[in-house]
Write a protein that binds this ligand. Structure first.
Ligand code: SAM
Ligand code: SF4
Length: 328
């Protein structure tokens, strides 16, 4: 019988994000530097068995309901479908976040293994801009990856678009139109200070209000009630052509409803995207700790979960890790 994993502010943890690798085939400017990323040696990355063990603990002992696989780029991890099949057997709501570049090759296999939901990142529809933003000329393959996800029957397929002022904010309406035309929900994400290169400035953040106003002017929308613990506020198009979301981490933090913890590829438990502390579950597992001992560590970690991040305050300290090392 599962018992709730509750933090000091009464929030019940229901969602686990697992980074399956720190490696990536892209170098998005808002996420990591062009060069100089030091990848973890293979021996320091959790094996599928280790991920499964921790996932099982979260699900069976604490009633965690959702697991999202992320990275780095999760699809660069060999035999990802083997992990998906293991986790699907836990009976959780299993999802994946990917840059989509190789999704055509994997969609069917992952669907068969039990993956149901996928988010694909797409920040621009312009090929040159795509290359500038991701440092890879892969727009065509990503668009094909989105088609492959729809064809393979993933439901829902969502698009994640980080909006950066002066870079792609002129494409908000075009991206919204793309989502309407393909029947997928676009979720715009406010640019967060996790770019590792330090080029984030608050001026570069395009706020949820600005994003919504730009869409509403062309495609009228109305707010859907109840966000719950999901990070995105959602709107429906008044003409019935689907929904659109915005994740307002910077301008309207939703920390009060946060039900999430994260595991990095090297098995460090993080209780917030912006946390500066980590709890080493991998070393604990490898030193032979029992499930009860691991559970104690997990509870201790969750006991340190902050009320919320303080991006907008002078006391804000950027985590040493980039978004690619935390897992988005
Ligand atoms: N590689 C996969 C991908 O790009 O979808 C998964 C990992 S990526 C770190 C997860 C999500 O974080 C992506 O949607 C990405 O756009 C987003 N992201 C990365 N850096 C960000 C930043 N500085 N601010 C906001 N979102 C960011
Ligand atoms: Fe890689 Fe995803 Fe980061 Fe882009 S956002 S560099 S695809 S991990």
């Amino acid at each position: 019988m599962a018992s709730d994993l509750v933090d000091p502010f009464g929030r019940v943890i229901k969602d686990l994000r697992v980074s399956v690798t720190d490696r990536c085939n892209f170098r998005c400017t808002y996420c990591m530097p062009a060069e100089g990323m030091q990848w973890l040696p293979r021996s320091e990355v959790m094996t599928f068995e280790e991920i499964e063990r921790l996932a099982r603990l979260f699900v069976e002992r604490y009633g965690v309901e959702g697991i999202r696989l992320t990275g780095g780029e999760p699809t660069v991890r060999a035999h990802l479908s083997v992990l998906v099949a293991k986790l699907a057997r836990l009976g959780v709501d299993l999802a994946l976040t990917t840059n989509g570049a190789t999704f055509r090759l994997l969609a069917h296999e992952l669907r068969e293994a039990g993956l149901r939901r996928v988010n694909i990142s797409l920040d621009t529809l312009d090929r040159e801009k795509f290359e500038r933003m991701t440092r890879r000329d892969e727009l065509v393959r990503v668009l094909d990856g989105i088609d492959a996800a729809i064809e393979a029957g993933f439901d829902p397929v969502k698009i994640n678009a980080v909006v950066e002022r002066g870079v792609n904010d002129d494409e908000i309406v075009d991206l919204a139109r793309f989502g309407r035309d393909r029947g997928v929900e676009v979720r715009f994400i406010e640019f967060m200070p996790l770019d590792a290169t330090g080029h984030w400035m608050s001026d570069a953040v395009v706020s949820q209000d600005e994003i919504v106003a730009a869409i509403h002017e062309v495609f009228p929308i109305e707010l859907l009630p109840v966000r719950g613990a999901a990070p995105a506020d959602r709107w429906r198009y008044l003409d019935g052509r689907g929904t659109v979301g915005v994740i307002p981490t910077v301008t309207k933090p939703f920390c009060g409803d946060c039900d999430r913890v994260r595991l990095t590829a090297e098995g460090q438990l993080r209780t917030c995207l912006f946390a500066t502390d980590e709890f080493d579950l991998l070393r604990a597992m490898r030193s032979g700790e029992s499930d009860d001992q691991l559970a104690e560590r997990i509870e201790r970690a969750v006991g340190t979960k902050w009320a919320g991040h303080n991006i907008n305050q002078v006391t804000f300290v950027r985590p040493k890790r980039s978004m690619s090392q935390i897992g988005g």
